[in-house]
Design a protein around this ligand. Sequence first.
Ligand code: SAH
Length: 249
Amino acid sequence: MAAYDFTAPRLHVEADLASGTTLPLDRAQANYLLNVLRRGPADPVLLFNGRDGEWRAEIAPTGRKGADLVVRERTRQQPPRPDLHYLFAPLKTARLDYMAQKAVEMGAGTLRPVFTRYTQGERLNADRLRANAVEAAEQCGILSLPDFPEPAKLPAALAELNPLRLLVFCDEDAPIADPVLALRRAAGEATPPLAVLVGPEGGFAPEERALILARPNTVALSLGPRILRADTAAVAVLALVQAVLGDAR
Ligand code: SAH
C-alpha cells in the first residue's frame, strides 16, 4: 500500500504538470490554502490533473491574498483509470453527492447515470457530479478521475455495455442468497470486466427487472433481507464486488 502523504493538502488542477511550472491559484484555491488551511510560503501542496500523476508543489504568495504554486517533482506515477463501471439511477441532490463520492472512493472508473421509470427528476447536474468525484479524489489520494458517459435510459445503457462485462444487478426483489457465492458463481474461473447497477429511490419496475435479467452475463444480487437506501446499497455492493471480484483481493 502506498504510504500517502496526507499532511500536505491535495488539489486537482486542469493544467499540465511538469517540474518548474508555475500555476496561478484562483481566489477560492488561494483562500482555501492560505486562510482555511493556513499554509504559507514554501509549504507543500500535492497536485494532480488525472493525466500526469501526482506532483509536489510549493506555495509562492503573490501579495496579500494571492498565491502561485511552483511545481517541483513528481511524487506518484499516473495509474490507469479503474475498469469498474458504476451505473446508477440519479437520486435527490444530497444523496447523489454522497453516492458519487463513495463510488469514486471505492474504485469506480466510469460513472453512468441511468434514467429508469421511478427515477426522481429528469435533470442531472453533470458539473456537480464531476465536482463530487474531484472532491473524493482530492480527499482520498485518488489520481485518476472517472469517465462520465452521457446519461442514458436503461435500455440504451444496457445495450451499450460490452457483452463481456459481468453486470452485477442490485435487485431489491432478488431472493435472499449469499452474495459472495452469487458473485463467485457468476464469474466462475474468469476475472471478467465488471459493471454494477443500482436503482432509484423507487426501485426497479417489473418490466425493467425483466429487461435487465434478460441480458446475458448478468447476476441479480441480493444485498440481504432489508431494503437499503440506494446510496447505502452503492457502498454495500461496491465493497462486496471489490472484495470478491475486484481490487481488494
Ligand atoms: N426506498 C429506498 C430504497 C429503494 S431501493 C430509497 O429511498 O433509497 C434502491 C435500490 O437499492 C434498489 O433498486 C437496488 O438497486 C438497491 N437495493 C436496496 N436494497 C437492496 C437489497 N436488499 N438487495 C439488492 N439491492 C438492493
